[in-house]
Design a protein around this ligand. Structure first.
Ligand code: NAP
Length: 361
């Protein structure tokens, strides 16, 4: 018997879709991806999505600051031992956290996963590497050589932030290097420090402007002498006294220590041989995102930036009837955990209604 709905991906969109699909009696099957597949580790596409790679999540509604010990108790009560084990380092041992804080990304993701499990979601810890959407029921092939048939599919494989690719950048990820100012900018480590933002698009300009609320100064490092960002956003940034433009520069190296994280950033010119070192307590990379769509091999229509196209206004329908998409894999614009969760809900409702219309459910 084919599945009613298979969900590919395990970020906020995937789990929210699973919660809704499970509660609609669709017995969803989630392919959550594999943490041990090297390609996932290198790309930053391991299970539980981008939030699993972040620290505190202060902007997810319903999660105000809470005492660390209370969160530990909550985790203990909400999760089975094996999943609690993934979070234990936050709560006990040398690196345990104390005082009030927001939930960490990995905590929120474990809670979402558990919520989906509680309503009967089945999970496979494997990656879908090939799809056949020409046949119906659709056929999905996993990396471990399994195949599964499904009447409906929800693709929620997310996107990954682009990084510069410097070893020193990788070394300080989550220790002063971030790809999300909205997520991390307000953390105490960045307060009143000079910060570097890399990029020249709307994200870089918006994130640079946002960071001026916390930073002593923001250096906006762009590889050309002209911003790509929209005029209004440029004007706002260029007239902000806390923003200093570093035109025609790229980052050469991120410098820091294990204990303090990032302490400075070395830039090099794109027009001559000059280099300079800026004192900086953090570096925010805003050079775009890459949606995780390689495994589709053209099976769904993509937009001009490579994100899965929604083919009906306000709906999560894709170019193939019965295949829906949710979250950052279809969103080059908002890119927030809460919007991903919202579209996960929409995709599950769309799938449920489509299955009912077709008589599959
Ligand atoms: P983007 O428009 O693709 O801009 C990426 C920027 O990063 C470009 O300036 C690019 O330089 C630079 N870049 C790319 N690779 C680089 C590298 N390896 N080293 C150094 N610099 C590099 O991406 P985005 O800013 O994330 O925006 C994505 C979309 O979301 C856009 O459509 C944007 O309008 C939208 N958005 C809108 C808002 C808003 O309206 N409030 C806010 C954020 C995003 P070049 O310019 O030289 O190519």
């Amino acid at each position: 018997m084919p599945e009613k709905v298979v969900i590919i991906g395990s970020g906020p969109a995937g789990w929210t879709a699973a919660i809704y699909a499970a509660r609609a009696n669709l017995q969803p099957l989630v392919y959550e991806g594999s943490a041990t597949w090297d390609q996932n580790r290198v790309n930053g596409t391991t299970p539980l999505g981008q939030l699993n790679l972040t620290t505190e999540v202060e902007n997810f509604p319903g999660w105000p600051f809470v005492d660390s010990a209370a969160l530990a108790q909550f985790s203990r009560s909400a999760l089975p031992d094996d999943r609690y084990g993934n979070l234990a380092h936050f709560h006990s041992g040398k690196r345990a956290h104390t005082g009030k804080r927001a939930a960490f990304g990995p905590e929120l993701m474990e809670f979402m996963r558990q919520q989906a499990v509680n309503f009967g979601t089945r999970i496979v810890t494997d990656d879908i590497v090939k799809v056949d959407f020409k046949k119906h029921p659709f056929v999905l092939h996993s990396r471990e050589g399994e195949s599964v048939e499904s009447q409906a599919v929800i693709v929620a494989t997310g996107a990954r932030a682009n990084y510069l690719g410097l070893p020193s950048e990788d070394k300080y990820k989550n220790n002063g290097v971030s790809a999300c100012a909205v997520c991390d900018g307000a953390l105490p480590r960045f307060k009143n420090k000079p910060l570097v933002v890399v990029g020249g698009g709307d994200s870089a300009v918006e994130e640079g402007t946002y960071l001026t609320k916390f930073a002593s100064t923001v250096y906006l490092v762009h590889r050309r002498d002209e911003l790509r960002a929209s005029k209004i956003m440029q004007d706002r940034a260029l007239s902000n006294p806390k923003i200093t433009m570093k035109w025609n520069r790229v980052v050469d190296e991120v410098i820091g220590t294990e204990a303090d994280g990032v302490t400075s950033v070395r830039l090099k010119s794109t027009v001559d041989d000059r280099t300079e070192e800026l004192d900086a307590g953090g570096m925010f990379v805003a050079i775009g995102h890459t949606p995780n769509t390689d495994f589709l091999e053209g099976a769904l229509a993509l937009d001009d930036k490579g994100f899965i196209k929604w083919t009906r206004p306000q709906r999560c329908w894709t170019s193939v009837e019965g295949v829906f998409s949710a979250g950052d894999v279809s969103d080059s614009y908002y890119k927030q955990a809460v919007t991903a969760a919202g579209t996960g809900c929409m995709a599950a409702l769309d799938a449920e209604r489509w299955l009912a219309e077709k008589g599959y459910h």
